[in-house]
Design a binder for this molecule. Structure first.
Ligand SMILES: NCCCC[C@H](NC(=O)[C@@H](N)CC(=O)O)C(=O)O
Length: 577
């Protein structure tokens, strides 16, 4: 019952939570949801301490209201901060921390319970054989966790201040130049693929590609929703200037351009554009914060396949953990202690392996392929538990492997196939669907167990879920390959482009989501500044001009440098003519 009241609100709430996150932003929603978690845990602990079961139930429901939606906002935060960078690694670390919590909970709670009457404890908390002490320890941990949400909000604020300072700098610099080509920043934004007019190198691909792919797409399909919005507002910042460049390409002057002749999402991104960039950083997007069928359609085929896969695969893992103890004791006749250790194996493997799997995924991609591998491993695991007597430690190890690989691959995949402005919706919907599966499957498992009186049929049921997951994962690979193969490609720049020049070249053509031609791989809110700097630096290295120009150097030197660049571009233009 205590688990059910946690789950029931989450059949719908993460979806509403996701939309709310898109509306009010990351910090406030993170604080709000975690406040529910703290209050819920407090009520639960109070209810247990005072023997008031209804209060405990209310506490668990309140905890559930915040818990899963907090998971959604945290996914969105990681996706925003790490898109095009080490996203799988960041999410892998998140998995390690959360599953370490699960393991510690499994080990610590019985320990605290056993020692809750120890003499060393102050008399007001000492109470032998009473679970409330363990639950109050959980409450303290929730309060500490709440402190991190405040820390995150402060971090977001200080990043905004950084943006503001950088914008001021950029505005000063751009106002000294009157044409786009002479601006110190905007080359990637003003150039057009194929014209050769700017003489740009392909090393500027991360940003250049956003403009060009939007252009190409629009040539084929007419103006996209993204560029329509960009045209109207000067871009959102999410496209790293792509939307602005598309607007510029369409002959429109972005509102945020401030007379820089199309500096676009770069230094021209001040005024309303600057506000939009800030909103992007905060995870706010008012346009997507109301439900419309259009938004659901925009999520795309790969997103829906990922969602179905998430429902079936998680339903074949987490509900299994609930019955694993009893299953191991009845089938293998194990003791309670040994069983306790064995059932923590999958989570232990996830704790240890997730960050490394994340790094591997960032480096090599293969997300959709890994979903196939994980589904296969899970299928093998359930069949071996159903029909063999091989050491259960082996089966639980393969389950841990399947679970870690699967979780490391699926959560970052979501962010690659949906628009960054709908990340809250996307993570909310997949989490709500997942909770639907996690709510229904235990009921089916109970019914199968009652009807057959054994766990064989239950394991066959779990194996069937894994099989469905396998089929979905194979279809996902096909659909993804047809639409550009973004899921199986590596992250755009797993480290600085200075160290991995080929990655930068790759980025423009390989990483863009097929649904988002034009967003490409750069972080949705940073590219207008930091990535421009990186592309700028790479360009300068390639052109041999690195060191002649920097923000700190005197204006005169910058102007000289700009003149040189203009001259080079003119020469290149003449050369091409
Ligand atoms: N960034 C999302 C990470 C989710 C990790 C995932 N947790 C969940 O799916 C929860 N919604 C459900 C749960 O924890 O039971 C996990 O694999 O732990």
């Amino acid at each position: 019952m205590l688990y059910t009241v946690y789950s029931i609100p989450n059949l719908l709430l993460p979806l509403c939570g996701g939309l709310l996150i898109d509306r009010i932003g990351n910090s406030w929603s993170n604080i709000g949801f975690n406040l529910f978690v703290v209050v819920g845990q407090g009520l639960f602990a109070g209810g247990v301490t005072w023997g008031a079961y209804p209060i405990s139930l209310i506490g668990r429901a309140v905890f559930g209201i915040g818990g899963e939606s907090a998971c959604v906002v945290q996914s969105k935060i990681l996706a925003i901060w790490f898109q095009g960078k080490e996203m799988a690694f960041a999410m892998g670390l998140g998995m390690t921390v959360s599953r370490f919590g699960s393991v510690v909970n499994d080990w610590l709670c019985p320990y605290i319970y056993k020692h809750s009457g120890a003499r060393v404890l102050p008399s007001f908390i000492r109470s032998a054989n009473n679970p409330s002490l363990a639950i109050w320890v959980g409450f303290i941990l929730m309060v500490l966790s709440f402190a991190t949400t405040i820390a995150y909000a402060l971090l977001e604020r200080s990043t905004e201040a950084y943006f503001d300072a950088k914008k001021k700098n950029c505005r000063g610099l751009t106002s000294s130049s009157s044409s786009a080509s002479s601006s110190p920043f905007p080359r990637p934004f003003v150039s057009r693929k194929g014209t050769g007019a700017s003489g740009l190198s392909s090393l500027q691909a991360p940003l250049l590609s956003q403009a060009s792919s939007s252009e190409e797409e629009e040539k084929e399909n007419g103006p996209s929703r993204r560029s329509q919005r960009a045209g109207a507002t000067g871009g959102e910042g999410t496209g790293g200037g792509g939307g602005v460049a598309a607007a510029a390409a369409a002959g429109e002057r972005p509102e945020g351009g401030e007379g820089t002749g199309g500096a676009g999402g770069g230094p021209g991104g001040v005024g309303r554009e600057g506000e939009k960039q800030k909103r992007q950083l905060r995870g706010e997007d008012l346009e997507v914060a109301t439900i419309s069928l259009e938004q659901f359609r925009l999520l795309g085929g790969c997103y829906w396949l990922l969602t179905i896969s998430c429902v079936v695969l998680y339903s074949a893992v987490l509900p299994f953990n609930n019955i694993a103890g009893e299953l191991l004791m009845t089938k293998w006749g194990l003791t309670l202690d040994k069983t306790g250790f064995l059932i923590s194996i999958p989570y232990l493997i996830a704790v240890l392996a997730s960050p490394f799997l994340g790094i591997a995924i960032d480096l090599f991609g293969c997300r959709a392929a890994l979903l196939v591998l994980a589904s296969l491993a899970l299928l093998f695991t359930h069949l071996s538990i159903a029909f063999t007597y091989i050491n259960p430690a082996i089966s639980l190890t393969t389950m841990g492997f399947a679970y870690s690989v699967y979780a490391s691959a699926i959560w970052p995949s979501v962010a690659l196939v949906v628009d960054s402005s709908a990340l809250g919706l996307a993570y909310g919907l997949i989490t709500a669907s997942q909770n639907g599966g996690l709510g229904v499957v235990p009921i089916i498992v109970g019914a199968i167990r009652d009807a057959t009186g054994s766990y064989i049929a239950v394991e066959v049921f779990f194996a069937s879920l894994a099989l469905v997951g396998l089929v979905i994962a194979i279809i996902l690979n096909v659909v993804d390959a047809r639409s550009g193969g973004v899921l199986n490609k590596k992250s755009c720049s797993s480290s600085s482009p200075l160290l991995h020049l080929p990655d930068v070249e790759d980025a423009g053509r390989s990483c863009a989501s097929p649904y988002l031609q034009g967003r490409s791989c750069a972080s949705p809110y940073l590219p207008t500044f930091d990535d421009v700097d990186e592309a700028q630096v790479v360009w300068e290295i390639k052109e041999g001009t690195r060191g002649l120009w920097s923000e700190e150097e005197p204006l005169l030197q910058q102007q000289q440098q700009q003149q040189q660049e203009q001259q080079i571009m003119r020469q290149q233009r003449h050369g091409q003519q």
